[in-house]
Design a protein around this ligand. Structure first.
Ligand SMILES: Cc1cc2nc3c(=O)[nH]c(=O)nc-3n(C[C@H](O)[C@H](O)[C@H](O)COP(=O)(O)OP(=O)(O)OC[C@H]3O[C@@H](n4cnc5c(N)ncnc54)[C@H](O)[C@@H]3O)c2cc1C
Length: 399
């Protein structure tokens, strides 16, 4: 007989989405059970880039206390367009450099979120416990592993990009044709091009409309990789691993930066479940968050911010659901609506941009050149994005 664990909320997956759910429920007094198939620290293939959304949600979750999280602030970016022009953007606000995002060592990041969740008195964590199935019943939900059965009122599915559980719950298989793949390696001794912490995006024709990235990490390391949306057919059969090494040897800009680079560990790849239209995020006694809900930004391939944000929204929704004693599919629609209120416009704009520019690398290069010439357009965009006066402009840099 499997042992039975009883709680209010079951969360499957201890990535940023599942952990944000648990951390968001810290003040709720609801009993939360977190379940993960792995033992931590576990290795998660990732670029380690945190957007401003990620930083905002982290601030909400941690109430500004970022101790224990080793993050490198990002002060700007460099973009190389398919016609080999390099642009640099390093804005300043009164009082210093603008923090546009941050980079992290991903394994350490998840471990720190987990450490904080483990400290919560209402939360219990089970490692090395692979969930094999979920059964929703009239008044409860059962989550089953090999040797245990977890029983709760509601389950949050946060089991990442390869979620099978969500296919079964939603009654629809995952549409992988619209996904992306990405590969990353951790390096030391990549050449620095600027003293500031800049993240580099190389929109090279070989990967366009995806990109090659180089992100500086804490502790003098670098994360470099390639992001490719699968809908761009020409890349489907590419061996990304080989392409990565070809590019760092043959592309003049990259080979200069990688001249003394040393790879630490392995180059690894994985899929990124991009946002899809008409996706269902909840049902009777279940919600899905993060990659299992396909919330990766289609333009940038960024998923941590939306994983954290959806986890926090799920926590808020669940507090409401327990107050009303209502876990029905109809009630949970409020979660879908709240999520889409934040993401729908963003996804359709960014998905539209990648479809539009997908086979127009020259137009992309041309527009970048034009934008770099227009100071007033740049300060307007900066004002909208940062809601403050930003000094600095996109500069064309001679290579
Ligand atoms: C190469 C690459 C680079 C990327 N770079 C970036 C980047 O720079 N910035 C960014 O924002 N995003 C990036 N992403 C995307 C980002 O990593 C994901 O969007 C993010 O990890 C999603 O978090 P999550 O919590 O939903 O899932 P995950 O972090 O994948 O966590 C899911 C958890 O569920 C557990 N699990 C899975 N199945 C089961 C099961 N059956 N039972 C129990 N537990 C289970 C797993 O062990 C895992 O711990 C990148 C992705 C890739 C592949």
């Amino acid at each position: 007989m499997p042992s039975v664990v009883q709680s209010d909320i079951l969360v499957v997956g201890c990535g940023p989405a599942g952990l944000a759910t648990a951390l968001g429920l810290a003040q709720s007094h609801l009993k939360v059970t977190l379940i993960d198939k792995d033992r931590f620290p576990r290795d998660k293939v990732c670029g380690g880039g945190l957007s401003s959304r990620s930083l905002r949600v982290l601030s909400d979750l941690f109430q500004g206390d970022h101790s224990g999280l080793s993050m490198l602030p990002v002060h700007g970016f460099e973009v190389t367009t398919p016609d080999h022009h390099l642009y640099r953007y390093r804005p300043r606000v009164s009082g210093g450099e603008l923090v546009m995002g941050a980079t992290i060592n991903r394994n350490q990041f998840d471990e720190e979120l987990l450490r904080r969740a483990e400290q919560l008195t209402n939360t219990e964590v089970f490692f090395s416990t692979k969930v094999l199935g979920i059964e929703t019943e009239h008044d409860q939900v059962r989550v089953k592993s090999d040797d245990k059965e977890f029983v709760g009122k509601v389950v949050v599915v946060a089991d990442g990009a390869h979620s099978k559980l969500i296919d079964t719950l939603a009654g629809k298989p995952f549409d992988r044709k619209r996904d992306a793949i990405a590969l990353r390696g951790i390096f030391k001794n990549i050449r620095v091009v600027d003293n500031s912490n800049l993240v580099g995006f190389y929109f090279l024709k070989e990967v366009f409309p995806g990109y090659f990235w180089i992100f500086p990490l804490p502790d003098g390391l670098w994360n470099a990789g390639i992001y490719v949306p699968l809908s761009m057919r020409k890349h489907k059969k590419h061996n990304l691993n080989r392409l990565f090494f070809d590019l760092i040897q043959e592309n003049s800009e990259l080979s200069a930066r990688f001249q003394d680079a040393v790879l630490i560990g392995q180059i690894e790849s994985d899929v990124l479940p991009l946002a899809k239209p008409h996706r269902v995020f909840s049902g009777n006694r279940w919600l899905s968050v993060g990659d299992s809900a396909s919330l990766v930004d289609p333009l940038a391939g960024e998923g941590i911010g939306n994983a954290l944000m959806s986890g926090l929204l799920a926590a808020n929704h669940l507090v409401n659901a327990f107050e009303h004693g209502n876990f029905s599919a109809q009630f949970n629609q409020q979660f879908d609506q709240r999520l889409m209120a934040v993401l729908k416009k963003e996804f359709s704009l960014r998905g539209g941009l990648i479809r539009f520019f997908g086979n127009k690398p020259r137009l992309f290069s041309f527009l970048f050149r034009e934008i770099a010439r227009s100071h007033s357009f740049q300060s307007l965009v900066a004002k909208i994005l940062y809601k403050k006066t930003v000094e600095g402009r996109l500069q064309s840099v001679k290579w």
